[in-house]
Design a protein around this ligand. Structure first.
Ligand code: GLU
Length: 284
């Protein structure tokens, strides 16, 4: 299978040095493997995405010297695919509707003052709506995966593995039933506030559609990989490899966020830095 990877930014703000590092790392791995570097615009959260940020993504990446095949895949164009994946999971009886707000979730935790149990998506859902079936779904509600049922459906989940080559872990990783049920829980697959697939569902379907063989992304998503491998198994999607790279931090050792414009690629461009200067700043 020919190597293919992708850079999948969300157009919710200007790209910063951390994005430059991620995109260039992905493009270099594609080049080293004689494969393809693809772009995908993760514009699923329509409340936060803006066309001007998308235009800036293209300009910044081109300035860095990157190119990619057109057309670029957009999450917003793939509603029907996500809906059919949800129908499949519904047929298997693995999803349920959820009307809980963040406050409901916190109130339902037995001892929130002792620190709520955290998973890759934040607080682990206490299961309030788990008794509900999709027949009771009301337009606008979120949809969750019943993790215990999903794990039971797959049987021995340790047979589902993936290759990790990042600086933090290397080698074959395997799904672990207890870690999924207790450490991840019933994740959201569709969100009421944005009316579309949540990231975990779209990312596995989009990686499969783009023929991605290795996802290159930040280490902040390493814990989410078990969710992605699980969804690939449930939806009969191909197994892919993962490379989680370190995050670029600011002078105070804090992760760069899109909100802090200080490290925006655009700013360096406007101030007369060259792409080589930016590459040096991030050690590439
Ligand atoms: N859109 C995600 C982000 O900007 C990338 C997710 C991924 O690479 O899997 O963090």
């Amino acid at each position: 299978m020919r190597y293919a990877t992708r850079f999948a930014p969300s157009p919710t703000g200007p790209l910063h040095l951390g994005h430059a590092f991620s995109a260039l790392t992905a493009a270099r791995r594609a080049e080293a493997h004689g494969g393809t570097f693809l772009l995908r615009i993760e514009d699923g959260d329509i409340s936060r995405c803006r066309p001007e940020w998308e235009a800036l993504i293209y300009a910044d990446l081109r300035w860095l010297g990157l190119s990619w095949p057109e057309p670029v895949l957009h999450v917003t164009a793939r509603e029907a695919i996500y809906a059919s994946a949800l129908s499949r999971l519904d047929e298997l009886g693995l999803i349920y509707p959820c009307s809980c707000t963040r406050r409901d979730v916190m109130n339902a935790l037995s001892a929130p003052q002792e620190g709520a149990p955290m998973g890759p998506d934040g607080v682990i859902y206490p299961g309030t709506c788990r008794v509900r079936s999709m027949a009771t779904f009301v337009e606008g509600e979120a949809i969750r995966l019943n993790m215990a049922k999903a794990v039971a459906y797959l049987g021995d989940v340790s047979k589902f593995s993936w290759e990790e080559t990042g600086p933090f872990e290397t080698g074959t990783q395997r799904l672990d039933a207890a870690r999924l049920v207790e450490g991840v829980g019933d994740i959201v697959l569709a969100r009421k506030d944005i009316g579309t697939a949540a990231y975990h569902l779209s990312v596995v379907l989009d990686d499969a559609a783009q023929g991605i063989t290795e996802a290159v992304r930040g280490v902040d998503l390493m814990e989410a990989t078990q969710i992605h491998r699980l969804l690939q198994a449930l939806l009969d999607l191909p197994e892919i490899a993962y490379h989680h790279h370190d995050l670029i931090r600011d002078e105070n050792d804090k992760r760069l966020a899109k909100r802090t414009d200080a490290k925006a690629i655009r700013k360096f461009r406007e101030e007369g830095y060259s792409p080589e200067d930016v590459r040096k700043m991030i050690g590439l």
